[in-house]
Design a protein around this ligand. Structure first.
Ligand code: ZN
Ligand code: ZN
Length: 393
């Protein structure tokens, strides 16, 4: 058994207690006041930490080691979602309509546990470890962007890491990937303006529903015919609203969708390709349109050498049987904001198991964690803190 495994095992009950308290008291993005207060109070029980509030609802704990070394940033996100929990355990959400359905309660407990393990043995730590409990991951423009651009958090940071629990991986599994890992979640909002009329006389109207249907199918040609198959692009129209009844052609149709890719260049090109299709179809049928296109979080591209170090850490700490190279995902993450300022890598820890009934997808009202994953997460971040702070040869 590694020393880190032993330390994490001795924290088992505490990790679960932190997670369950947070799970019972979820708060939405930018409103994490009680959550931040709780985190701050728990950190202040740990001697040797300097604890501050970089923004109203985020918390930073800094541990300075005794020897020279690098400065490492560890990140956990702390916000919850507007979901009504359908779990029935005794620690289910007490805040109506709000739920930790993404595992950020677990991330917070894991980073608190990491802080505890590090402060119990500060003599092991060279350099400096910064632990950021970040607000508002779930709601753009996101807390990371605010911390990176509005505070001095990243000044002097040499390397950054953090993790996301993943219910689709077996509990205790660590998954790391170099390079492109998560996509940019960009958003489009389209209003097609036609001309309303009687359903019996479409020739006198400009039917925005028929035009919208063509736009939707033609947008898939952008994916399949204007972008190489090796360059992943997803265009999904997830909202299409128009009309009131069976025999009235409405004036307008409203569509919303998401556009995702890993490639920064393709990301810049996508709005033009998409608008060309919209404009062409609207022109062809005499309609006009309004298009709003919003860039969300950047694609999350892991730095190769940091991912390699995390792989080595995982192999030494959890062993080959609990390690895998992760697949990239079209999901988005504002962790990418930190990677604009420093090298780093984001990784997954599995939290799914049949015993804990924790294989529900993220953002589902039944989402929960196999709490054994808390120990795995804390072991990984603790080892990452010790290894990544070591001075470079
Ligand atoms: Zn989420
Ligand atoms: Zn999340």
């Amino acid at each position: 058994m590694t020393a880190t495994k032993e330390r994490a095992a001795s924290l088992r009950e505490q990790l679960v207690a932190w997670r369950r308290h947070l799970h019972q008291h979820p708060e939405l993005s930018f409103e994490e006041h009680e959550t931040a207060g709780y985190i701050e109070a728990e950190l202040k029980k740990m001697p040797g930490l300097t604890v501050t509030r970089p923004t109203a609802t985020s918390v930073l704990a800094v541990l300075k080691g005794g020897e020279p070394g690098r400065t490492v940033l560890l990140r956990a996100d702390i916000d919850a979602l507007p979901i009504t929990e359908e779990n029935d355990f005794e620690f289910k959400s007490k805040n109506e309509g709000i739920m930790h359905a993404c595992g950020h309660d677990g991330h917070t407990a894991i980073l608190l546990g990491t802080a505890k393990m590090l402060t119990d043995h500060p003599e092991d730590v060279p350099g400096e470890v910064r632990m950021i409990f970040q607000h508002a991951e779930e709601f753009g423009p996101g807390g990371a962007e605010e911390l990176v651009t509005q505070t001095s958090l990243m000044d002097g940071v040499d390397v950054v890491t953090g993790l996301h629990l993943n219910s689709q991986l077996p509990a205790g599994m660590v998954a790391v990937k170099p390079g492109a890992f998560m996509a940019s979640p960009d958003m489009l909002e389209l209003k097609i303006k036609g001309k309303g009329g009687h359903g019996a006389h479409p020739e006198e109207a400009i039917d925005p529903i028929a035009i919208g249907a063509q736009v939707i199918t033609n947008l898939q040609h952008v994916v399949s015919r204007h972008v190489g198959a090796q360059d992943a692009l997803v265009v999904t129209i997830a909202k299409f609203q128009a009309g009131t009844t069976h025999n009235v052609i409405p004036d307008t149709a409203e569509l919303m969708g998401t556009v995702r890719t890993f490639d920064p260049e393709l990301r810049q090109k996508a709005p033009k390709l998409i608008e060309r299709v919209i404009k062409g179809i609207c022109d062809a049928h005499g309609a006009t349109y309004e298009l709003k296109y919003e860039f969300g979080y950047r694609p999350l591209i892991n730095t190769d050498w940091v991912a390699e170090q995390l792989r080595e850490i995982a192999l030494a700490e959890v062993g080959e049987e609990h390690f895998m190279v992760s697949k990239p995902t079209m999901g988005g993450e504002d962790f990418s904001a930190y990677l604009e300022k420093a090298p780093g890598a984001y990784f997954n820890v599995g939290s799914g198991s049949d015993e804990a009934d924790s294989k529900w997808p993220h953002h589902h009202p039944r989402f929960t964690l196999d709490e054994l994953s808390l120990e795995t997460g804390a072991r990984m971040l603790h080892e990452a803190a010790l290894k990544l702070t070591m001075p470079q040869k």
